[in-house]
Design a protein around this ligand. Sequence first.
Ligand code: NAD
Length: 347
Amino acid sequence: MIYNHPEFDRHHELHFHDDPTTGLKAIIAIHRAWDKPSMGGCRMRNYSNDESALRDVLRLSRGMSYKSVMAGLDFGGAKSVIIGAPKPAARGAVLASMANFLNRLGGRYITGIDVGVSADDVAFMSKHTKYTAGTGALPPEKMTAAGVYTALKASAKHRLRADSLNGLTISILGLGKVGFQLAEMALADGASVLGADINPATLNSAIELGVTPVSVDDAHKMPCDIFAPCALGGILNPMTIPELNCAIVAGAANNQFTNLDDAAELSGRNILYAPDYIANAGGLIVLAMEYNRQNEAWARAKVNALGDTLTMIFEQADAVDGNTGATAERIGAARIADMAQGSELAA
Ligand code: NAD
């Protein structure tokens, strides 16, 4: 039963779609719904089974609520997952079916890009539904990368007393849309950048940029100042944490921990962790910018403020036990409770 699912957090809505005509199987989870639509990207993956897709969408949608309130936004968190990547010839029909699924929710959920779903895919869906965002002039991943870069600098300032990334060594796992731009900015600052990616073409482009390649299995083990997870979640777990050789973990990937105990394990090892849903909020800020009819300057100010939020979390954690993950959870949960109080919709 869903109520007993370990990742169920009193989610407000959970919708399942199974379209025999196109083969689309998808889930939409709305973790919290306040007075505005709930927001979060659409992920497409070849999940090993339906249970791992359900677990992913429950965790990711919850993370979106925390991301929203920690970025000073008032959108509830939501996410959707498409189970299984279709063959190229069937992609259009599957995306159109997903758009119809969004229409059935009547605007309570607005989606955008995520892993496996490109800006072109979202633009295609937007021909069939009004409920997409993030295909305007400012690409969400650009602001996500800018936010992660801000997180690296705030973390380096706090832990290493460094005013810039110049001279630091940064190991990036995943050199896709966000990781690649992060590498560009870090290199421009004078950092040494190590990088790994499962896609050889992506890795080669990064090497041309000046990134030193390391293997996917070794990226988190490299002696460095900052390890930046920018591939998929779950990279910080009981097996990998003892292998870390860095002062800071700050990156773009959602759900970097398997659970919150891992955050305590990191702080116990004196590694500073920049909570993922704060560091990577730039993409959501772009969706909010579009919905609120704001401009890039508004989005940039919100992205820059992520650094101040992280510094506040670091200082509050230092005053207790150094556990930044637990501190962010506590503050995020309190802000979510406040949002529910102020909303006309029930908590
Ligand atoms: P992406 O798909 O463009 O890039 C991910 C990269 O990781 C790809 O190059 C892929 O080949 C690589 N990769 C996948 N599995 C890997 C593995 N096991 N080891 C090494 N490399 C691997 O995605 P992105 O948009 O750059 O996002 C990166 C992460 O940041 C994701 O976890 C995503 O959920 C998160 N995120 C992205 C945004 C955004 O605006 N794009 C916003 C918030 C969070």
